[in-house]
Design a protein. Structure first.
Length: 147
C-alpha cells in the first residue's frame, strides 16, 4: 500500500516524468536518498511501470482514434486479445462487460490504414463481430492524479 509521501511523489512524476531525483526531492520536501528509495520500491512493486512522455498524435499524423468493440468466441478471449495487442497502432485492449467482450483503442494515420486493420482482425479465428466508433474530437485525455 502506498502512503501520502508515495502519493505525492507519484503525482509529481505524473506532472513531469523528466524531473531529476533532486528536483522531485526538493518539490516533495524530502531527501534525495529517500526519494530514490521510495521510487525504486514503487518500481519493484510494479506501481511505476515506466517513465514516459505524452505525445500529441494528431501532430504526428495519426488523425484517427478508433474505439473497436469485439465479440469473441467463448474461451478464446485472452488468445484473441493477445494477438490484437501486438499490432503497433493499438494503445489499449480491455476486457469489458456488456454486449461485447473486448474493447480496443487504436490510432491510425488514415481511413485506409484503419480499414486494413479492421479487415485483418475480422479474419481472425474466434472474432464473431466488431463494432467501430471513430473519435471526432478529443475533449480531454490525461492521467489521473492520486487522491
Amino acid at each position: 500500500m502506498i502512503d501520502a509521501k508515495d502519493q505525492l511523489l507519484l503525482n509529481l512524476l505524473l506532472e513531469h516524468s523528466r524531473l531529476s531525483f533532486r528536483a522531485v526531492a526538493q518539490k516533495a520536501g524530502m531527501s534525495v536518498v529517500s526519494v530514490i528509495q521510495r521510487l525504486r520500491k514503487l518500481e519493484q512493486e510494479g506501481v511505476i511501470m515506466n517513465y514516459s512522455c505524452r505525445l500529441n498524435y494528431e501532430k504526428l499524423g495519426y488523425e484517427l482514434t478508433a474505439i473497436i468493440q469485439l465479440r469473441i468466441s467463448k474461451g478464446k478471449l485472452f488468445e484473441v486479445e493477445q494477438k490484437i495487442a501486438t499490432h503497433p497502432n493499438i494503445i489499449g485492449v480491455y476486457d469489458v462487460t456488456g454486449n461485447f467482450d473486448s474493447l480496443v483503442i487504436a490510432k491510425f494515420r488514415s481511413r485506409k490504414s484503419l480499414d486494413g486493420f479492421l479487415k485483418k482482425i475480422q479474419t481472425y479465428d474466434f472474432v464473431e463481430r466488431t463494432e467501430t466508433n471513430i473519435v471526432l474530437n478529443t475533449i480531454m485525455e490525461k492521467d489521473i492524479r492520486l487522491e
